[in-house]
Design a protein around this ligand. Structure first.
Ligand code: BT5
Length: 324
């Protein structure tokens, strides 16, 4: 049932600007014309506006605003990413759901999306505020054939994907603060959380979480983050379709991932450095219980951050926080 509906959506998408007859649909889907009609009614319940014209057939006039597994499939231009979409209204964290999916055998590219998260997670047990349905809260199950020590490259890859998507939307002053913060100006609009199940030299699977603030106004953010957080709407005075943004991110992600797998990290690294926040500048850094000032130089092929210290020595950092 579900897969027939997805196929129907795919066919309608190909015929976006023209009608397709009920007979053609019934032939292609191998179901009766009455069954085609019933599927159309279900799509309308999902928020599609469908025009049915006598002797011409069907055509989608408007795609829905709401997010569901069907509406994400509609118009999604990917080859492998998001072929399986799990959509939940409210969950503690999409990371947890994605881990369960992965452990139950979900395939590479499975996407878990929630409208709201009650216990959104940041790194190192920090919180990610996402109780509202104004953002993209999504986790992707990946089964990459790379050694575990290269996994941080995927966080950097995801950061460049988000920076590219925002730049295409003409959002100004997009930057990436190493390793995983996407900024607009000096404020955080998105974060990435990569969690991995690995053994020896093999990754079993990886869950890559993306949190992007979209339509929040300033009073949506709790006191803890309201001075450091922003949203696309706050930056541009415009609201965005969460469904469309998810599709844009998945499309860009798949493209970058495939380039990374075939050509390695170099192209991602160059793209990352275009957006690198405070590169060439002196900043305060925290790592463990050490705080010092250093100049940021760029990233290394292994995803580490290259800095030069005041005494002239160079250092590669694998985990550290750059202060604001
Ligand atoms: C992150 O951690 O930035 C990773 C965020 C990943 C969130 C996604 S949403 C989908 C998936 N499911 C999850 O449960 N998580 C992932 P970190 O670098 O540790 O940053 C956390 C810090 O960002 C917090 O300590 C706050 O200072 C700040 N913060 C929390 N919520 C924020 C928000 N909505 N917008 C901006 N900053 C926020």
């Amino acid at each position: 049932m579900e897969s027939t509906r997805n196929k129907l959506i795919d066919i309608l998408n190909v015929h976006k600007n023209s009608f397709i007859s009920g007979q053609q649909l019934s032939n292609q889907l191998n179901i009766s014309r009455t069954a085609v009609w019933k599927h159309m009614r279900e799509l309308e319940k999902d928020g599609y506006v469908i025009e049915a014209a006598p002797r011409k057939g069907y055509r989608i006039v408007e795609s829905p605003k709401k997010v569901s597994s069907n509406t994400i499939h509609w118009g999604l231009q990917t080859k492998w990413l998001g072929k399986e979409v799990v959509h939940k209204h409210r969950v503690p964290s999409t990371q947890t759901v994605a881990h369960q999916q992965a452990l139950n055998g979900s395939s590479h590219g499975t996407v878990v999306i929630a409208d709201q998260q009650t216990k959104g997670k940041g790194r190192l047990n920090r919180k990610w505020y996402s109780e509202n349905d104004d953002g993209v809260w999504m986790s992707v199950v990946l089964r990459p054939n790379i050694p575990p020590n290269q996994a941080p490259q995927l966080t950097l890859l995801a950061a460049t994907v988000l920076a590219n998507v925002l730049t295409k939307l003409k959002i100004p002053e997009v930057g990436i603060k190493w390793p995983n913060d996407i900024l607009i100006g000096d404020k955080k609009v998105a974060g990435i959380l990569t969690e991995m199940q690995a053994e020896h030299d093999q990754i079993h699977y990886l869950v890559l979480g993306i949190g992007l603030n979209v339509n929040q106004s300033s009073d949506t953010f709790p006191d803890e983050v309201k001075d450091i957080a922003t949203s696309l709407k706050l930056a541009s005075n415009q609201s965005y379709s969460i469904r469309q943004l998810i599709q844009d991110i998945l499309f860009e992600f798949e493209k970058s991932y495939d380039v990374y797998m075939s050509d390695g990290f170099t192209s991602i690294k160059q793209n990352w450095e275009r957006f690198g926040y405070k590169m060439g500048e002196k900043v305060a850094i925290n790592s463990g219980n050490r705080t010092w000032t250093a100049t940021l130089h760029g990233i290394e092929a292994d995803g580490s951050l290259l800095v030069s210290n005041d005494d002239g020595s160079h250092e590669r950092l694998y985990s550290a926080e750059i202060n604001w």
